[in-house]
Ligand binder design. Sequence first.
Ligand SMILES: Cc1ncc(COP(=O)(O)O)c(C=O)c1O
Length: 420
Amino acid sequence: MALSRKLVQQRSSVFGSRSMSWWRSVEPAPKDPILGVTEAFLADPSPDKVNVGVGAYRDDNGKPVVLECVREAERRIAGNLNMEYLPMGGSVKKVEETLKLAYGENSEHIKDKRIAAVQALSGTGACRLFADFQKRFRPESQIYIPVPTWANHHNIWRDAHVPQKTFRYYHPETKGLDFAGLVDDIKNAPNGSFFLLHACAHNPTGVDPSEEQWKEISKLIKEKGHFPFFDMAYQGFASGDPERDAKAIRIFLEDGHLIGIAQSYAKNMGLYGQRVGCLSMLCEDEKQAVAVKSQLQMLARPMYSNPPVHGALIVSTILGDQELKTLWLKEVKGMADRIIGMRTALRENLEKLGSPLSWEHITNQIGMFCYSGMTPEQVDRLTNEFHIYMTRNGRISMAGVTTGNVGYLANAIHEVTKST
Ligand SMILES: Cc1ncc(COP(=O)(O)O)c(C=O)c1O
């Protein structure tokens, strides 16, 4: 029965002051630097506006893309499967196919059942699950994170209560790898430290070590007894070939490391919102892998119980069917090639405008992002004067560059950088 107004007033005068104060101390959270850019872009009415902030692939008309292999997988799935819960560790078939991509089709480690792996909530969820595992089983450890890195890495390990250290990675003058700094920092870290490495297409810099440099890094990490954890959010997006983009991981495997990998299908299958990924950890033997997997599941259970089913079905349908897998490989290459083409076009346009600066790094860097070297003030001018939106660290998402806007973008970059 409805309470009379008088009774409600009486009750709120008794309980009101306490219940009203529950959230009074909560301040608004700071805006996410990446998602905030999209909000500002959407609010801008200018017809010239360009969004090169968001880390999601766009076609040459600037439109989001659903891959044909995904559409076909959806057609096959539709109406054919139930919606039961997946096991805590996710779809076994999807995990099996995912491991083959990272560890190799004929991996001995897979055959020997030495890999503990669970389906995760995309790359972010895989990193977070690992960070929680690290905290639970190595509570005294820290994580070494490259400078710079994807901003969310800091949030992930912070919320898992793992102390963070950094290592040198990017050299602002050369706009390339600070290899000497990186080597020094690996050497100087206490033996047995955890290192977070981007397997390919480093975000935000687009700077990856060469094969020779990876070999050197692997050797040093081995000598120091460090634990390498790979975040592989862009397999296939760097070179267009997922095999080639797994090179760093294969080098570490050959050198006999025990490694961890976070994999994501957000970018390379365009499954951003499906949240489908994988966390795997190579163990000493099958028994250890069984134990580690059971503990990963134990971490997942009170957080989300079990992962979502639809994205996993899409992935296992595509990778489990030779025809669809071949189509996927062709489509990944198509996305990577379009981005590589836009790098060339942006650089050529800037050079044609007579820019006094070197823009070689645009084509030297790889993957979705170009770390342009522009200052926050120059980025502000791009936004305020030209309606071009990107993060203030100067990161350009090459996926947002199209044949239609590359000339406009180059011109605007030239205008804000020509007097530096
Ligand atoms: C380096 C890196 N790791 C992980 C992710 C996670 O992406 P998702 O959680 O969408 O798979 C991203 C996405 O931008 C990324 O750039």
